[in-house]
Every structure is written in C-alpha cells, then in structure tokens.
Design a binder for this molecule. Structure first.
Ligand SMILES: NC(=O)c1ccc[n+]([C@@H]2O[C@H](COP(=O)([O-])OP(=O)(O)OC[C@H]3O[C@@H](n4cnc5c(N)ncnc54)[C@H](O)[C@@H]3O)[C@@H](O)[C@H]2O)c1
Length: 282
C-alpha cells in the first residue's frame, strides 16, 4: 500500500508531480540540491493550487491540506519512509544512476523506483541497483497537473508487479497510463522527434518564420501548440538533451539528428519560458 511518495528534483516536472500526488492524498517528500530550488518548486505548487481554488476546481480546504502533505528537504534521509520514489532530476544518465544507487542503499526492499526520464534507458538506470525488478519508467507530461497521459516504461528487468503497481498509482493520481517497452524516447518523444526536428530544419533553411510554422501547424494540423511554442514550454535545454539522447541511442540515425539552432540557444541561455526568452519573448 503506497502512502508516501518521494520526488527527486523540484523543477518543472518534479514540482508538478508533487502537486498531483499531494492532491491525490499521498504524503510527499520532495528533494532537490538547494533550498532555493525547493522553495521555487513549492511556490509554483502554491500558485497552481491558488489558481485552482480561484477557478473553483478545488476548495480552499483541499488546497491547504494538499500543501500540508508536502515536505521538502535537501537531504536524502527523509526519503527513507517513501514507498514509491519518482526521480525527476535533469536528463543525465550518470546523475540518474547515482541517485538510484543512493536510494537503493536506503529504501525498504519493496519500495519502487520510478524515473520520469523522457528518453534514457530504464534498463541502464536499473542496472546500477540490486533490486532491478523494482525500477520502472513513469513518464509524466508537461504540465503534470493538466496532462493526462503517463507512459509506464518496462525495462528489461522490470517485474510485472512493479509495472502493475505503477499503472495503479497513475490511475489513483487521475492519470491515463499506457504501458510501453524500453526504447529511446518511448512512444510520445519518439513520435515527436520529427515534429521538432523538421520545424527546426525549415527554420534553419529560412523556409518560414517561427510564427508562421507554429500558426500553420495549428491551423492545418489541428495541433494545440506549434513546435516552437512547445519547445519553449518544455525548455530548449531539456528538449535538446532529449534529442541528443534519442539520436545517440539510435546509433546516430540521421532522422533523429539535433539541430545547431538548439545547441546555440542552450549556449546563449535562451531556454524558453523559464528564462523569459526562447523562440518567443515572455
Ligand atoms: N520539461 C518537460 O517538458 C519534461 C516532460 C517530461 C519529462 N521530463 C523529464 O523530467 C526530468 C526533469 O525535467 P524538468 O523539466 O523538471 O527539469 P528542470 O531543470 O526544471 O528541473 C530539474 C531539477 O532537478 C534538480 N536536480 C539536478 N540534479 C539533482 C540531484 N542530483 N538530486 C536532486 N535534484 C537534482 C535541479 O536542481 C532542478 O531543480 C528530466 O529527466 C526530463 O527529461 C521533462
């Protein structure tokens, strides 16, 4: 029976998942490297909950009680009580493997370790821990409080029971889970690679502007957001890391190749909405 959920990383995704978990009635322990990062994650959660109260989606009592269920810490020790941990630190295999090794040494033997990775190999992350059967991908979408889909990714060693518990947890959080195999980018990020990649190539070749491409994709394709709006929402750095990861894992398959525009924007620190400047100004 899951009662406490540990979340590693209090950024865009970690804070959003913490909010969803607390609203679903779970106790949450949210961890990050610094107090500053934790406070900004917690502030985002407060703002979202307040907005939900204003829009009559939840009552003020539910908002207050949900917030009270979230504890934050820069230390790993408060995660000891977690029955289920969701890692949402940056998209870097070595950092994720390091986190999982630390968790392996301290959590109870039944605890499940999930990673919110967008593209990295669940099998490779699991290989660093003793209880490989308890490691699973639990891929939420941005923003977690609004997006319904959760990809439950079965690594080579993930047990059927771990996958079933994860599917059930996603449902208790009000999400629509889909089980998939461990393949670079899973389902959505694999399908989405050409969406961003071709848009970047069109832009790079001067075929059309950012605004025109976004407008046409929405108008004719029926998409809610264009590729550039979406990259700004995701974070250019996050999207670039995912593109590189899928490209490398598919042995440099040309159709997944990143674009120099992405690299240059990361170098310039124009990362999208979070830095108030990306393909658009905010
Ligand atoms: N942004 C998206 O649209 C999106 C969607 C789905 C999945 N993801 C995945 O979720 C993960 C997090 O992405 P994000 O957009 O929230 O990134 P982010 O940069 O907003 O947040 C990452 C957080 O992790 C923290 N962190 C880094 N190393 C850590 C460590 N060793 N221990 C604890 N905390 C650490 C950072 O301080 C930061 O606060 C990535 O794996 C990403 O691929 C992102």
């Amino acid at each position: 029976m899951i009662s406490t959920i540990g979340i590693i990383g209090s950024g865009t995704m970690g804070s959003g998942i913490a909010e969803v978990a607390a609203l679903a009635g779970f106790n949450v322990v949210m961890n990050d490297l610094s107090r500053k990062a934790l406070d900004s994650g917690l502030n985002r959660i407060k703002q979202n909950l307040n907005r939900s109260v204003e829009k009559d989606r939840i009552t003020a009592v539910v908002a207050t009680e949900s917030l009270a269920r979230i504890r934050t810490s820069e230390e790993f020790s408060p995660l000891e009580t977690a029955d289920f941990v969701i890692e949402a630190a940056i998209e870097d295999l070595n950092i994720k493997r390091d986190i999982f090794q630390k968790l392996d040494a301290m959590l109870n033997p039944e605890a499940i370790f999930a990673t919110n990775t967008s593209s990295l190999s669940i099998t490779s992350i699991a290989a660093t821990v003793k209880r490989t059967g308890n490691v699973v991908g639990m891929h939420f979408f941005n923003p977690p409080p609004l997006m319904k889909l959760v990809e439950v990714v079965k690594g080579k060693q993930t047990s059927d029971e771990t996958a079933a518990v994860t599917v059930e947890l996603a449902r208790r959080m009000g999400k629509a889970p889909v089980i998939c195999k461990d393949t670079p980018g899973f389902i959505v990020n694999r399908v989405a690679r050409p969406f961003y990649g071709e848009a970047l190539r069109l832009l790079g070749e001067g075929v059309a502007t950012v605004e025109e491409i976004d407008r046409i994709v929405k108008l004719e394709g029926g998409f809610k957001m264009g590729p550039f709006e979406l990259m700004d929402l995701i974070g250019i750095d996050v999207n670039y890391a995912v593109t590189k990861s899928v490209y490398e894992q598919f042995f440099h398959e040309p159709r997944f190749r990143p674009h120099p525009i992405q690299r240059q924007m990361v170098e310039a620190g124009t990362l999208g909405r979070k830095t108030k400047k990306g393909f658009y100004q905010y």
